[in-house]
Design a protein around this ligand. Structure first.
Ligand SMILES: *[C@@H]1O[C@H](CO)[C@@H](O)[C@H](O)[C@H]1NC(C)=O
Ligand SMILES: *[C@@H]1O[C@H](CO)[C@@H](O)[C@H](O)[C@H]1NC(C)=O
Ligand SMILES: *[C@@H]1O[C@H](CO)[C@@H](O)[C@H](O)[C@H]1NC(C)=O
Ligand SMILES: *[C@@H]1O[C@H](CO)[C@@H](O)[C@H](O)[C@H]1NC(C)=O
Length: 646
């Protein structure tokens, strides 16, 4: 499956963003529809990504299958997809299949799907106390909710020219345009309002386990907050019936009550059930309902969001990643659209369920809430408290349910022990140096990963780089495939043929990879591609092929050979799942590997250094990967500085 903590391209600087050909006579796009690529383009791109992964014979076979698909059943499927897309003007062609993909997946959401981001501490030390910080973050989150409700949250904008993002009048201008024409306004200055539809499910929402396919649930009039402490569930209204937020000192008083009341762990914590396989959980949930817990479950599902007040203080960034990614299992409700987690030492982070939305939406929320809660904290360190009580949810658990919880706990404890998280920092160069070399920072990091994987596996492996298509209506994500014949050549040269190439040759290989990678980004990327797409008819191939496969499956006829090809399966077994993410509000971010034998790599190229946070179930391989990554980056540095490989 595809996991993505989508990127904020605008952060990558002017070097990164391709300038658009100015087309004085280009037709103005009527709306930001995510275009269905041409089938021949997708197949061509698919084969280009497959080539380095296959030997000659395998490739010829896959090529034959792909060409037959393109001429035969694939052509029909593609036509049907285009027809369907034309009929569904209100959404994108990928939206339905993508929701289906997430909601039909039966693996536990934790580790397999839910990403996390950890917020940077409040710059004012005294504000980093658990109770105070939790209160201020809750207040800022509710302010965000109120802005959404009253529709005054300005649309997220993707700026082709980052200079604009700093222009206040422009933001103002866009904000007051009705959403139906905001697009045109933005177009005038080459900025693109992002699709805001995902925010529908940010608040008051939860994923509900159902047999074979889950459902997303939103309660539009919920007013209560769910608070978890030591595995207990508490709720209290944070909004009154007019939608006014409770006084911050009252919120703090409730949280204090909860901290004091939940002084011990419950005999069984229901939370573990949300770490289960979805079918198992769906069945137990049915039992819970039959035993009279429906109302309590509804209270959890409809809560505005979930606040987890943890009873622990992670010692370092690795422990912090574990805490935010999966925690100890008894103080999280992983089905909630998002949980705000605040540890004993006041460190805060967000763990979010992925089916309803992508990183761009959550990152925006995190940025605003971080800024608002640090610049305009609702409460100062010493504020008076009143005495309050709030409702603790008590569940009726019979022996079958208790035993299901116990099984879930044992499974979860075992799995989380196998999850390794490691930080990696490389201090010798960063974005500034790479840009001076006229290379793309993203391409250089990706290339280093390719070389590293080649050294480790002795061959190229499937690699996934997430990018956002939120510039399009109901756009989600697209995949960039950094593996290519060029990155294969380069990897060989750096690993197997170290003494055979002159520095200038190696440099030339790096240049070629960088240019190729940039072109891929241009094709898969969000807004510039809009023009690009209109005029060149191209975007990444993954979502298009996925939609065709989904369509074939939904017709119930036999699955085309193309999708049964072992090479197709293999390219979708992403050993390297990568995503970059950065914001001043975010200290750390990450996600689990998407396959049992793979790595989840959250990375960022900073001005003067670069780094990543890597998750894996394989301890030794992970260490090997990271030390080899260091080697690859050193090699690249040598070549860029004109030195022969050591
Ligand atoms: C942040 O806080 C200030 C002061 O309380 C408020 O005026 C502003 O609207 C808030 N911003 C958001 C996005 O809620
Ligand atoms: C969530 O509930 C609040 C409070 O009732 C409401 O104002 C808001 O519109 C709801 N949001 C959604 C997305 O339903
Ligand atoms: C627990 O409750 C469920 C649902 O009512 C029922 O199917 C199950 O048999 C009960 N188990 C026990 C041990 O009573
Ligand atoms: C990885 O972790 C380090 C902390 O060691 C952090 O500074 C960096 O921002 C993280 N990178 C990402 C992409 O989250």
């Amino acid at each position: 499956h595809a996991i993505s903590l989508s990127l904020h391209r605008a952060e990558l600087g002017p070097d990164y963003i391709p300038s658009l050909p100015s087309h004085p006579h280009a037709p103005t796009p009527d709306k930001s529809e995510l275009p269905v690529p041409r089938l021949e383009d997708s197949v061509r791109r698919y084969l280009a990504a497959q080539k380095p992964l296959l030997d000659d014979e395998q490739y010829r076979n896959t090529e034959r299958i792909a060409k037959e698909f393109q001429k035969g059943i694939g052509k029909q499927l593609h036509q049907d997809l285009v027809e369907l897309d034309k009929k569904n003007k209100y959404t994108s062609y990928i939206s339905g299949p993508w929701f289906d993909m997430y909601l039909s997946a039966r693996e536990p959401v934790v580790l397999n799907f839910n990403p996390f981001i950890c917020l940077t501490p409040d710059p004012k030390e005294a504000y980093n106390k658990q109770l105070l910080r939790a209160t201020n973050l809750v207040v800022s989150s509710i302010k965000f909710l109120n802005s959404l409700r009253s529709n005054c949250l300005r649309p997220d904008i993707y700026y082709v020219n980052p200079k604009w993002s700093k222009s206040r009048p422009f933001k103002h201008f866009i904000r007051f345009l009705p959403s139906s024409v905001a697009w045109y306004g933005a177009l005038l200055v080459n900025a693109y309002p992002l699709d805001m539809s995902q925010y529908k499910c940010l608040f008051n929402s939860s994923r509900i386990p159902k047999l074979n396919k889950d459902e997303l649930f939103t309660n539009e009039c919920a007013r209560h907050l769910l608070v978890m402490r030591n595995g207990h569930f508490y709720i209290f209204d944070v909004l009154d019936h007019l939608g006014n937020i409770l006084h911050p000192s009252e919120i703090k008083a409730y949280l204090l009550y909860i901290l004091q009341d939940a002084d011990h762990l419950p005999e069984s914590s229901l939370c573990y059930l949300t770490t289960e396989d979805r079918n198992t959980w769906a069945k137990v949930r049915q039992q819970l309902i039959e035993e009279g817990n429906e109302e309590n479950l509804m209270k959890i599902d409809s809560a505005v969001f979930c606040l987890c007040l943890d009873n622990s203080s992670p010692k370092d960034d690795d422990e912090l990643s574990h805490c935010m990614l999966h925690g100890n299992g008894f103080n999280r409700w992983f089905d909630k659209s998002f949980s705000l987690i605040v540890t004993s030492d006041g460190t805060a982070g967000i763990n979010f369920e992925h089916s309803w939305g992508d990183g761009v939406a959550v990152l925006r929320f995190a940025n605003e809430v971080h800024r608002n809660s640090t610049r305009h904290p609702a409460l100062v360190p010493q504020s008076a408290l009143s005495a309050v009580k709030c409702e603790r949810l008590e569940f009726k658990l019979n022996d079958s349910v208790k035993s299901a919880i116990n099984t879930a706990r044992m499974k979860f404890d075992k799995t989380k022990q196998k999850m390794f998280v490691r930080q990696f920092r490389f201090q010798k160069f960063g974005k500034e140096f790479i840009v001076k070399q006229k290379l793309s920072p993203d391409a250089v990091f990706q290339l280093a990963c390719q070389i590293t994987a080649y050294r480790q596996y002795g061959k190229m492996v499937s690699c996934y780089e997430a990018c956002s298509t939120a510039a399009f209506k109901h756009g989600r994500t697209e995949t960039i495939r950094p593996t290519s014949v060029l990155s294969q050549q380069c990897s060989r040269a750096f690993v197997e043929e170290r003494s055979k190439h002159a520095v200038a040759e190696l440099r030339d290989l790096i240049d070629k990879c960088s240019r190729y990678h940039r072109r891929l980004q241009l094709e898969a990327d969000m807004s510039p591609s809009h023009f690009f797409v209109k005029h060149h008819g191209s975007v990444g191939f993954d979502r298009h092929l996925f939609a065709l496969k989904h369509l074939a499956a939904s017709k119930g006829e036999h699955m085309p050979e193309f999708f049964l090809d072992s090479a197709y399966q293999r390219i979708n077994h992403n050993i390297l799942s990568t995503s970059t993410l950065h914001s001043p509000a975010v200290h750390l971010g990450g996600f689990g590997p998407v396959v049992p034998d793979g790595f989840g790599i959250g990375y960022h190229v900073f001005d003067t250094w670069l780094g990543c946070n890597v998750t894996s179930y394989l301890d030794k391989e992970q260490q090997e990967f990271l030390s080899s990554l260091e080697l690859s980056l050193n090699d690249i540095l040598d070549v860029l500085e004109g030195n022969p490989l050591a």
